[in-house]
Design a protein around this ligand. Structure first.
Ligand SMILES: [Zn+2]
Length: 104
């Protein structure tokens, strides 16, 4: 199915409204930015189904990972304390209560 430019715009607007104008990843920060769910470098297209509203921090922290890779890396960080610095910074800014507390 090929969408007209008007249909693509309506779909993009609907996706934006779906998240209340907030980033689809953190649901905290308003954004008009878009992230590729599957990165272009991995074959993700420019279609609206592959674009999500994303704030700058989430877009930066996700980088060139797929959403599944990003989630897995975040869980690994939360479980082990080890992982990319970008994800640690994202957790510290977005949901610091999830970081493991040191055992005394
Ligand atoms: Zn975000």
């Amino acid at each position: 199915m090929t969408l007209s430019p008007e249909q693509r715009n309506r779909r993009a607007h609907a996706a934006y409204q779906l998240h209340g104008g907030l980033c689809a990843y953190c649901l905290l920060r308003p954004t008009d930015g878009r992230d590729h769910v599957v990165p272009a470098a991995l074959g993700g297209g420019e279609g609206q189904l592959n674009r999500q509203p994303a704030c700058r921090l989430c877009d930066w922290a996700k980088g060139s990972m797929t959403v599944a890779e990003w989630i897995a890396a975040t869980y690994r960080l939360l479980a082990t304390g080890e992982g990319p610095a970008e994800i640690r910074m994202w957790v510290e800014e977005t949901c610091p209560e999830l970081l493991l507390q040191p055992v005394s």
